[in-house]
Write a protein that binds this ligand. Structure first.
Ligand SMILES: Cc1cc2nc3c(=O)[nH]c(=O)nc-3n(C[C@H](O)[C@H](O)[C@H](O)COP(=O)(O)O)c2cc1C
Length: 187
């Protein structure tokens, strides 16, 4: 699949087939994740792969917006001992976000469905994830990527809106709506 086509085709998939994802495919997704750019090449990311039902159910129970029947969850974490030191420390969020997006795009290109479940910075999300997965103090879960064979198909699309694009400098006189058309799908 062409790269631009894959990017448009990437959509949040919330319905999955009752079929496991092969280990080698999970490894490919992790390889894609760790090919992402990272500030000062710190690579502060760590990944917890959950492909067993019991742990997955325990995790899903804590999230109102994530109770989908999925075979694999990849929890993407930032390790503060590996992160950029000093005022740039928060860049771990961007590093790990880039890794998540790579997983989403790679899974689309492999015929898998996926969805990003946000954890950080909501404390009431972070706490249960850390507890269930035994994550130490200096490691923070940024998000969870659900991955599985899709049981739904969504339209490929971009949401380019000229009103959001400026050339050369910002124009404060422009009025924006919070959501611009076309917006397909929400949670
Ligand atoms: C930081 C972040 C957190 C998200 N959290 C959730 C979530 O908790 N549950 C969910 O179903 N989708 C979640 N999503 C997916 C968005 O709902 C989705 O990307 C958005 O509706 C646009 O749809 P699309 O992904 O199909 O383009 C999240 C996405 C991001 C980037």
């Amino acid at each position: 699949m062409d790269t631009i086509e894959t990017i448009y085709k990437r959509r949040s998939i919330r319905n999955y087939l009752d079929k496991p994802v092969e280990k080698d495919k999970i490894i490919t997704l992790l390889k894609a994740a760790t090919a992402a750019p990272t500030a000062a090449n710190c690579q502060p990311w760590e990944f917890i792969v959950i492909d067993e039902g019991e742990k997955l159910s325990e995790l899903k129970d804590k999230f109102i917006f994530a109770r989908y029947n999925v075979p694999v969850a990849i929890v993407v974490c930032g390790n503060m001992k590996l992160a950029f030191k000093g005022p740039g420390q928060e860049m771990w969020v961007q590093d790990c976000s880039a890794a998540i997006e790579n997983i989403l795009i790679a899974s689309t290109s492999m015929g898998l469905g996926s969805v990003w479940i946000g954890v950080y910075p909501i404390e009431s999300n972070i706490r249960p994830v850390k507890k269930i997965l035994n994550i130490p103090e200096h490691v923070t879960p940024l998000g969870i990527v659900y991955v599985g064979y899709p049981a739904e198909e969504k339209e490929a699309r971009t949401r380019l809106n000229e009103k959001r694009i400026y050339w050369q400098e910002y124009e404060s006189s422009r009025k924006h709506k919070t959501k611009d058309k076309p917006v397909i799908g929400h949670y």
